[in-house]
Design a protein around this ligand. Structure first.
Ligand SMILES: Nc1ncnc2c1ncn2[C@@H]1O[C@H](COP(=O)(O)OP(=O)(O)OP(=O)(O)O)[C@@H](O)[C@H]1O
Ligand SMILES: [Mg+2]
Length: 465
């Protein structure tokens, strides 16, 4: 039986039958309303979102088919059950095509109707559960081109979605290659401004002297070389989004002008006195620590606060290593199309472990490059091996030097983890001293006997570690 109360509309012109069925259905927990004609059914449907409608096809006046149509059109999730006369299979089939969940042929036993109802309810529940799970999965793993299933990334996706609905200024921070530009695009594409332009300008890529004209535009003769009048990026982004990349590199003079845009939503083209009003959403990004730049006097404090209305922090890849396999898979799929013949290679477990252990100073961009290079070095083999990875990954990852311990989402067994670390370090020290236990113990600031004891215990407890 359904787990929540089901409101059911029963439509039949045979009063005795209808009332008998309604009574029995109530016994089974359905909340039943009755209609004796198509007209009455339509009126009830207009007033109330029934979960289920059970209707006879043959009704005086407005017939059952029209009732079914109205019900399904108004409430696509409604469960419609059709009652047909004997020998009218064709009508029943048509009703199913029209959106009915099932049908039952007169005369019928009440139990048969109950069975049809319960299985339709169950089917509907499974279907909506699947749809929900699917939407959850999509929501979990990506927003536009941004991929990740770690908790930080899932939280980030939610934040981006929430932010997208607003027009607030956003400041995106994060190390190089963490996906700042992708995040900015994701906000725009999920915002009500999506039908207008996303205009990007990289403040560090344009010489200081040209940046102002690039941003605000200029009129003819504004400066040497200004032969015509030009719209700036700000104007191009009217009604859309302006992405100010590397905003930390802006000169103090430009910072002041940008502040005015943020406060007044107006500006002038270079060399012009005419003020232009603008409706633009600003998303700024930086890989530098703007708060520190403010403290050092290198960035205007007031501008910082105007930009940092909604801070969005992109996590470094080494802080979410559990996303590495998903990203690798994503890049391999992307690269597959370029292969002749197209093929999706896989990453060997050993290579994947190494990729997950690496520190990724260049973050996702670096991972993408490493995967592309490894694929090339795998020379068409179906699997990419450890030796196909660049030496920096193969060697650096082999030690845990400089790596912060990885803390998986699901948590870890601290004792086992620490034992693993101990064993690795003891083995390293023995390698370093060619197995000389006295020297190895000294390197670890341990007594020789303690080292031997530990080694025995650890090796017993952790076969193959
Ligand atoms: N979460 C992610 N999922 C998929 N691809 C990603 C992700 N993050 C980054 N990338 C990829 O990494 C590359 C760098 O991304 P992006 O340009 O957005 O980084 P950035 O933070 O702006 O870097 P920089 O500070 O160097 O400008 C792009 O090719 C992008 O497709
Ligand atoms: Mg960038």
């Amino acid at each position: 039986m359904a787990d929540t109360t089901k409101h059911l509309l029963l439509v039949d012109d045979e009063a005795a039958l209808r009332e008998a069925i309604a009574e029995r259905l109530s016994d089974y927990g359905f909340v039943v309303e009755q209609a004796s004609s198509g007209e009455e059914a339509l009126a009830r449907l207009a007033d109330f979102a029934f979960d289920i409608i059970v209707t006879d096809l043959r009704l005086p006046g407005v017939d059952g088919r029209a009732v079914l149509d109205a019900a399904v059109e108004r409430y696509p999730e409604i469960i419609a059950i059709i009652i047909t006369g004997f020998g009218t299979v064709k009508d029943a089939v048509n009703a199913i095509k029209q959106g009915a969940a099932d049908f039952i042929t007169k005369p019928f036993q009440f139990d048969a109707l109950l069975h049809v109802l319960n299985s339709a309810v169950e089917q509907r529940r499974l279907r909506s559960e699947n749809a929900y799970l699917r939407s959850q999965l999509e929501e979990r793993y990506r927003i536009d081109g941004l991929i990740g299933h770690s908790r930080v990334m899932r939280e980030l996706f939610q934040l981006l979605e929430t932010v997208a609905a607003t027009s607030s200024t956003v400041l995106i921070t994060g190390e190089t290659g963490t996906g700042k530009e992708l995040a900015a695009r994701a906000i725009h594409h999920n915002s009500p401004r999506r039908t207008n332009r996303f205009v990007a300008i990289n403040c560090s890529a344009i010489p200081e002297t040209l940046l102002e004209a690039e941003l605000f535009g200029h009129v003819r003769g504004a400066f040497t070389g200004a032969v015509g009048t030009r719209q700036g990026r700000l104007e191009q982004a009217h009604k859309g989004t302006l992405f100010l990349d590397e905003v930390g590199t802006m000169s103090p003079a430009l910072q002041a002008k940008l502040l005015r845009v943020l406060q007044e939503r107006e500006f002038e083209r270079v060399g012009d006195s005419h003020t232009i009003k603008i409706d633009v959403r600003i998303i700024a990004a930086t890989h530098s620590d703007l708060a520190k730049m403010v403290a050092d006097g290198a960035f205007r404090e007031d501008l910082y606060y105007r930009l940092n209305v909604i801070p969005v922090q992109l996590p470094a890849l080494r802080e979410r290593r559990e996303d590495v396999p998903l990203l690798v898979q994503h890049f391999l799929q992307k690269l597959a199309a370029d292969q002749v013949p197209p093929r999706v290679a896989t990453m060997s477990q050993e290579a994947m472990r190494q990729l997950m252990a690496y520190v990724w100073p260049g973050n996702v961009r670096q991972l993408e490059n490493v995967v592309e290079r490894a694929l090339a070095f795998s020379h068409g083999r179906p699997q990419i091996e450890l030796t196909d990875l660049g030496t920096e990954i193969q060697t650096v990852a082999a030690s845990t030097n400089g790596t912060e311990p990885w803390f998986p989402d699901e948590g870890l067994d601290l004792e086992r983890y620490m034992e693993g670390v101990e064993l690795t370090l003891i083995k390293r020290s023995l390698e370093r001293t060619q197995g000389n236990k006295v020297q190895a113990a000294r390197l670890l600031n341990l007594k020789r006997t303690t080292l031997i004891e530990k080694l025995k215990r650890l090796e017993r407890g952790q076969p193959g570690a």
